[in-house]
Design a protein around this ligand. Structure first.
Ligand SMILES: C[S@@+](CC[C@H](N)C(=O)[O-])C[C@H]1O[C@@H](n2cnc3c(N)ncnc32)[C@H](O)[C@@H]1O
Length: 277
């Protein structure tokens, strides 16, 4: 039924209806606690310095070439765009977190970049990558549908970075709630609806290690288009707007533009940090 409705209704109408529904749903969610005691202050991160580190660039070139060799075509890869994958690699390389949590594995594009940076850092860091679906399933994994030659696990084996990844299949909030483990770096790239991001940021704060970092994907400042296609994903922005109103010390810090291309001929990124003022 959903497929039939999607075929009949133009994509722009479908997207706008989805976003309106997502905003309405956010209003029905009761206020969640945001415990910011472990969140790293925004002023403590010098992003420009991180993205211009020549030592990271050299490693990036080698690791990126190895990863792209497996995926074969960087531009048609689904998942986080090439420029954002590079930004993730630089952030992990510079910050050297030991425990990383990623929500939204999909085809593992971001996961492998995080894992390769962790491997280089040599601190036995591990990224726990959680997806609601079994991303490594031999028949139903997204990798198979897209026509990739191997699953994220298979690619990790080929890159000798499987030891840096712990794949988990679970809905994000189910995974976060019972865990006592704390994470230094949490990357949220799963369900982008406003109510999901609102709850996930609250849950992520509760499992953040001291001086920890939360990074969002698909944060469109002021819910305006970032790229030529005019597409908007408003959920993360709406969620952070509400969180900021309820917790004046919390703000989203969009990374803005990157020193390298991201997508559709742009250098803009939808990556944003959740920062403490
Ligand atoms: C945009 S994709 C992630 C792309 C991935 N980071 C990459 O670069 O390849 C979003 C993923 O989040 C997963 N997802 C959606 N809702 C989720 C939830 N509530 N909990 C866990 N994963 C979820 C989807 O199954 C999908 O694989």
């Amino acid at each position: 039924m959903k497929k039939l409705v999607k075929k009949i209704i133009p994509a722009s109408v479908w997207v706008s209806a989805r976003e309106t529904y997502s905003k309405l749903c956010l209003n029905t969610v009761p206020a969640h606690l945001c415990d910011t005691k472990n969140l790293r202050p925004a002023a403590a991160l010098s992003i420009d310095h991180i993205f211009s580190d020549p030592a990271i660039e050299q490693n990036w070139e080698d690791d990126h070439a190895a990863i792209i060799n497996l995926y074969s075509n960087e531009d048609t890869m689904e998942g986080v765009n090439p420029g954002d994958r590079r930004a993730l690699y630089y952030l992990i390389s510079q910050l050297k977190p030991e425990a990383v949590l990623e929500i939204g594995t999909h085809i593992g594009a971001s996961t492998l970049h995080i894992a390769m940076a962790l491997k280089r850092a040599g601190k036995k860091g591990v990224v726990t990558s959680v997806d609601i679906y079994d991303v490594n399933h031999p028949e139903y994994g997204a990798w198979k549908r897209i026509g990739l030659s191997d699953s994220p696990r298979g690619f990790a084996e080929q890159l000798s970075c499987l030891g840096c990844i712990d794949f988990r299949t679970a809905p994000c909030l189910d995974f976060m709630h019972p865990t006592d483990r704390k994470y230094d770096f949490i990357f949220l790239d799963g369900d982008h609806s406003a109510q999901a991001v609102y709850k996930e940021v609250s849950a992520a704060l509760s499992i953040l290690a001291p001086n920890g970092i939360i990074l969002l994907h698909d944060y469109y400042p002021d819910a305006r288009p970032l790229f030529l296609d005019g597409n908007i994903i408003s959920g993360p922005f709406c969620a952070l707007k509400r969180i900021g109103k309820e917790n004046p010390d919390v703000q989203a810090i969009p990374l803005g533009t990157l020193p390298w291309p991201t997508k559709q001929g742009s250098h803009k990124t939808s990556l944003a940090l959740v920062g403490k003022k």
